[in-house]
Design a protein around this ligand. Structure first.
Ligand SMILES: [Zn+2]
Length: 459
């Protein structure tokens, strides 16, 4: 849920603040590559998974049944009476499961993947693991079953903290009495809390979803949550997810950047224990669009043209995809539903159609899959020595793709725990699957189902 006067995300508005220009090749080198001294011309770099560009959709403000805009707006208006003037009574109180099914089935057919929020105590209406007044117990159970069966296979499930409105006092079991910004999840409360305090609160939210039979590897910050407390947010998120779900690679969504030239690559943070049995890190997933679908309240239509123009020549997604960084779109569920008019959904469909017309090298991934890939990419150590590429991997990942410039090979073999496995040759980058390789110009590209630990490829 956005407040235009109280930016939840870190927008960079001024041209020139974007920093370094993006690489044009789209193939960014891992920083941890060591090269044997006598073969200086050979280089190994980790490129994108399967040599493709990841795309993903982040859906905020979804939950079971409750239209968060209808119930949230009057609560935000109590905090800031001059800002939230929307006629919330006109908005439907429910976003029905028939729409969840329609959306989920369409996305599944298209192979779309991403993140879907389930707010545990949506706008303080009721608890997704107990009951929500206004709906029968059966309706809530059906709604959760739909999320588990249809949504969870393709989408990460995130809490958006506890209520997305009032801060919930986990000691008293009640929301705090005061609706001032200091007691709203969107606004001030999180900005002064320690990593431990944030972890405790976030773990509470995660346990509600666990109790409802949902599994999480990440979380989403509601509104401005943690925006001025980013280091504690990262640590608190890592600790909460490791505690509640024993998540190997926790991730979170807080920031998005729409400025051309500003990197939107995931940030792998707080890495430690990489040589131990219990390596740690947390990944900050970065969105690359504003909500250009139907806005958070379902009252302001967006436009597919901002993402990719009708002639396919420009738009934010074109810039990001052509840079080779993951293109992670951001939307809000009430805007996708758009009070039954489905304006946001139609904009998304048009966006996907245009992407499919322009590109054949995209790969839809969940946020957790992108996080895992980036953790493996950033934290693995590669050593190329003669005919041997050694990879020391603290985290496993599928599709681990390494480009070797000017290496020669005919029959590369993967060696893991004493077992040899030949890689299968394919004739182009687009045909890479796990444990294959191809020639790409002068480069040899290896695509490995990377296990955790030490792996060698004999060239
Ligand atoms: Zn939200």
């Amino acid at each position: 849920m956005e407040d235009k006067n109280y930016k939840r995300r870190s927008f960079i508005k001024t041209a020139g603040l974007g920093g370094a220009a993006l690489a044009t090749s789209g193939l960014t080198a891992s920083p941890l590559v060591s090269i044997s001294e006598n073969i200086l011309e050979e280089k190994a770099k980790v490129i994108n998974p399967y040599g493709r560009v990841p795309v993903s959709l982040i859906i905020d403000d979804s939950t079971c049944l409750v239209n968060l805009a209808h119930y949230g707006i009057p609560q935000f208006a109590e905090t800031f009476p001059d800002r939230y003037k929307q006629d919330w009574r006109k908005l439907p109180r429910e976003i029905p499961d028939s729409f969840v099914r329609e959306f989920g089935e369409w996305c599944h057919e298209q192979g779309i993947r991403g993140k879907y929020s389930i707010v545990p105590y949506p706008a303080c209406t009721g608890w997704v693991n107990r009951f929500i007044p206004g709906w029968t117990k059966r309706e809530l159970e059906d709604s959760l079953n739909l999320v588990r069966d249809l949504i969870m296979p393709d989408w990460d499930i995130h809490p958006e903290m506890v209520s997305h409105t009032r801060v919930f006092d986990i000691k008293t079991g009640k929301p705090y009495p005061n609706a001032s910004p200091e007691y709203m999840e969107n606004f001030e409360w999180s900005q002064t809390k320690s990593a431990d305090e944030l972890a405790t609160y976030q773990a509470f939210a995660l346990r509600v979803l666990k109790d409802a039979g949902l599994e999480c590897e990440g979380l989403t910050t509601p509104g401005g949550y943690g925006g001025r407390n980013k280091e504690n947010l990262a640590k608190g998120t890592m600790d909460a997810l490791r505690d509640v779900f024993q998540t190997e690679i926790p991730h979170y969504f807080r920031d998005l950047y729409t400025e051309k030239g500003k990197s939107v690559a995931p940030l792998v943070k707080l890495a430690s224990g990489l040589d131990s049995n219990d390596p740690k890190c947390v990944v900050s997933i970065i969105g690359c669009t504003e909500d250009w679908f139907g806005d958070w309240d379902g009252l302001h239509p967006g436009s597919a043209d901002l993402m990719i123009t009708e002639d396919l020549s420009s738009g934010r997604l074109v810039d990001v995809i052509d840079s080779g960084e993951p293109a992670i779109m951001v939307c809000h569920w009430p805007g996708i539903y758009y009070n039954g008019e489905k304006v946001g959904f139609n904009i998304f469909k048009e966006t996907v159609k245009r992407l499919n017309e322009k590109y054949d090298n995209l790969i839809w991934m969940k946020n957790s899959e992108i996080s895992r890939y980036w953790a493996a990419k950033e934290l693995s150590t590669l050593t190329l020595s003669g005919k041997k590429l050694s990879v020391k991997a603290p985290f496993a990942t599928k599709g681990f793709t390494v480009s070797l410039s000017s290496a020669k090979t005919k029959n590369p073999k993967l060696i893991y725990k004493g077992e040899e496995k030949p890689l299968t040759r394919v004739d182009s980058l687009l045909k890479l699957t796990d444990n294959t390789w191809c020639k790409n110009g002068k480069e040899v590209v290896l695509c490995i189902d990377l296990p955790k630990g030490e792996v060698e490829v004999m060239l």
